[in-house]
Design a protein around this ligand. Sequence first.
Ligand code: NAD
Ligand code: TYD
Length: 344
Amino acid sequence: MRLLVTGGAGFIGSNFVHRSLAQHDCTITVLDIMGYAANPQSLAGLADNYPSRFDLVVGDICDKPLVDKLVAEHDVVVHFAAESHNDQSLRDPLRFATTNVLGTIGVCEAAVRHSKRLHHISTDEVFGDLAFDDPHKFTPDTCYRPSSPYSASKASADHFVRAYIRSFGLAATISNCSNNYGPRQHPEKFIPRQITALLSGQQPRLYGSGQHVRDWIHVDDHNDAVWKIIESGQLGETYLIGADGEHTNAQVIAYLLEIVGADPHDYVHVTDRAGHDRRYAIDASSTLALGWEPQHRDFRAGLAETVAWYRENPQWWANSRQQAEAFYQQSETITGNGGDATGS
Ligand code: NAD
Ligand code: TYD
């Protein structure tokens, strides 16, 4: 199977590429713009280790002639490429609309023109947030209620994929996954930001009260589910991927402090995110029904392995941590110390 993997130099895409080349009978071409979120080190060595099975094309998913040519040369498109960070989307919403919406439309058009299979990677954030005490989780039938420019752009992209399925016969599946963690995630995101802070002798930073809940899944479990959908999913269907991993952000920081042997109060509260979604939770029945199951059941153990990866690979994150912290410094203020009246 010849796969075109858009966004394959980012966090989830690069883990997908490594795992796929090791475990599946496929060749892979990565199409990635190699912007700030991509790390060339994430794909280093693949061309040597997998001669004639791996190729990197540096380019934009909005470049229609390029996308058209590449889609024509492959059997399946796995579409990860996106602007992916909520905080960045609050600063520059149009960048998100361009890549996530227009870029996805271009990928759909090429897939229709050449009758190719598309798997579109999306997020549970398209559903908006749940109340802390809501007994329901997100299902494929949950209404879309995105709250940030990021989630609005991903929601719009999902709608376009469905419109191309219905109107033009696009052979596609969609998956909406919960928050991923694991190696090679950019230090602008919550878990690697805190890990790299601790490894740099700095304090973790919790937005607002820290009582917001995210539903964590290991990136390898997400990518195994994507393969299951490519191999056994029904065309036109949407699959929800999650691993019953709900934790408050304060709890995640408590685990990380414990893993590195730091004082449990050694973190700070900072300015909350505007429009901060309270809680996400996935009902993954649609993907479990295909025979997929998450393997990383112990979140704390998965976090400890992730900390070990960042400890062993400081050259991977040093520059991107600096850039991420410069971004945050423009707007972030410390509002309280760990364990004080503002939080947990
Ligand atoms: P990421 O930001 O780490 O990677 C995105 C990659 O896309 C980067 O390598 C970037 O250079 C590339 N890219 C951006 N714009 C591009 C363009 N115009 N042309 C070509 N390449 C471009 O993001 P991620 O966390 O790996 O997320 C990948 C996908 O998974 C996204 O679609 C995201 O919405 C989705 N997703 C992420 C999570 C999560 O927890 N990170 C959860 C569910 C779904
Ligand atoms: P993030 O990794 O940005 O993912 P998302 O917004 O897609 O869920 O943030 C995860 C959670 O962590 C979210 O509730 C915001 C919070 N957060 C912090 O508390 N501190 C931080 O430094 C960051 C980056 C995020």
